[in-house]
Design a protein around this ligand. Structure first.
Ligand code: 4AD
Ligand code: MG
Length: 430
């Protein structure tokens, strides 16, 4: 008998198959036993009939607890009313392990309890749906860049210097030197972009975020494109195209999962270009009118981001920020050097910043000045300065946070459910 995954079951109508999985649920009524089996790719109901209540197969059924592992053999039967359209008429059951009493039951559990049991919580339908969308999201992003001729360049995780400010650095020993876990692959990407034209890196990034929010993870995944000769305008366009592409793919590929999550997909179906674009100045004035206390020079907080999504039902690209709230490497505006040529894309529905990026300083003298101004140790950035000595060109890039994007797609409140094992403030178990 052929071992088959539940997601492929439609190819085996009226054939005998073997399913290897776990007991999701079971029920009995008189001469029938029902077994809901999950195998990671889907759910299927198996049925077994017998006129004898002491049937040995029934006995096996009755000892089986939730999450017991087993191999089930039987015939695939079309059943329009069944969730996947098919059922299994069980011929034989082989138990691998009878599970202890399973701690996660259909009743409601507290979030701390579920987080303590994250290793098991992953098996629940909603968590499964979220992470299923995550795998498609990552595939979509890779396809987007690969199809446009971008080269994937892996940037290092252990680094000697900071990219996004020194307050969120994770420090570690590197033999007799200090090293930091990467906050962003950007600086290295700027080097690979000068070697390959257009590149992207896609990896884990780390920030010792000291505040507890629904949007910050300590360890998160970021995709970062970097393009030689691209301007702020070019990179804003690329970021918006990426968001539209992702939405189309997920809506097409993950209907089942979005249904499990009871996600209203209309707001996502609306996401087409052009996105509204505002300069920081315009956004700040608009927010002020709506009652925000944000002064010119302040960064957007969660309430400001929420206000913006009340005004627009599309993602919004904001550009031209006060330089002092942005990183050292940002190219100043030619006419108003107090502004940085940065772009943030804010998601709709109150999900806030999903993309951060912009144009980089390409002038050597200016970059040297900024490194001094930000009190960064110059010797750690010599190689980065070299990029401005040997064929410097204007260039731009951005970073998209996978978990922020996924939280928005799934419309879940907290970012902790968007990664199999979230690292949170003061919390590293399991
Ligand atoms: O705006 P950020 O800090 O930009 C950079 O790191 C640039 N160096 C990227 C670049 O230009 N190559 O971060 C980019 C994105 C944010 O918009 C957000 O989506 C995500 O990364 N992000 C986080 N996601 C989860 N938890 C955190 N603590 C995050 N910090 C940033
Ligand atoms: Mg940012």
């Amino acid at each position: 008998m052929k071992w088959t995954y539940i997601e492929d079951i439609s190819n085996f109508k009226d054939k005998e198959v073997e399913i290897r999985g776990w007991v999701f649920n079971k029920r009995s009524s008189g001469k029938v036993r029902f077994l809901l089996i999950r195998d990671g790719t889907g759910l299927i109901q198996g049925t077994s009939f017998s006129s004898k209540t002491d049937d040995p197969l029934f006995k096996k059924f009755d000892t089986r607890t939730q999450e017991s592992s087993l191999i089930v053999r039987g015939r695939v039967k079309e059943e329009k009313r069944a969730p996947g359209g098919f059922e299994l008429t069980i011929k034989d059951v082989e138990i691998l392990q009878v599970a202890d009493e399973y701690p996660i039951t259909p009743k409601a559990h507290s979030t701390p309890f579920l987080m303590e049991h994250r290793h098991l919580w992953l098996r629940s339908q909603k968590q499964h749906a979220i992470l299923q969308i995550r795998t498609e999201l990552i595939k979509a992003i890779r396809d987007f860049f690969d199809d446009r001729g971008f080269r994937l360049m892996d940037t290092p995780i252990l680094t000697p210097s900071a990219c996004e400010g020194t307050t969120t650095l994770f420090e570690t020993d590197y033999f007799d030197q200090k090293a930091f876990l990467s906050q962003s692959g950007q600086l290295y990407n700027e080097a690979t972009a000068m070697a390959f034209g257009k590149v992207y890196c896609f990896g884990p990034t780390f920030r010792a975020e000291k505040s507890k929010t629904r949007k910050h993870l300590i360890e998160f995944w970021m995709v970062e494109p970097e393009v030689a000769f691209a301007t702020l305008e070019d990179i804003t366009e690329l970021g918006e195209d990426l968001v539209v592409y992702i939405m189309e793919r997920i809506l097409e590929q993950n209907k089942k999962e979005l249904e499990v999550l009871e996600r209203d997909t209309k707001p996502l179906e609306r996401i087409k270009k052009p996105f509204p674009r505002l300069t920081y100045d315009e956004a700040q004035k608009m927010l002020k009118k709506k009652g925000s206390k944000m002064e010119w020079g302040d960064d957007f907080g969660a309430p400001e981001e929420a206000l913006i999504s009340e005004i627009f039902d599309l993602p919004v690209s904001i550009t031209h920020f006060p330089a002092k709230i942005k990183a050292f490497y940002m190219q100043p505006d030619e006419k108003r050097p107090e502004l940085a040529l940065g772009v943030d894309v804010l998601a709709s529905e109150g999900y806030g910043e999903i993309i951060g990026g912009g144009q980089r300083i390409h002038d050597l003298d200016l970059l040297e000045k900024k490194i001094k101004e930000f009190k960064l140790p110059r010797e750690d950035y010599e190689w980065y300065l070299d990029l401005r000595k040997y064929g410097s060109v204007p260039h731009s890039g951005f970073g998209l946070g996978i978990e922020r994007m996924l939280a928005w797609i799934c419309k879940i409140k907290h970012i902790r459910e968007t990664i199999p094992f979230p690292r949170l403030l003061n919390k590293i178990y399991p």
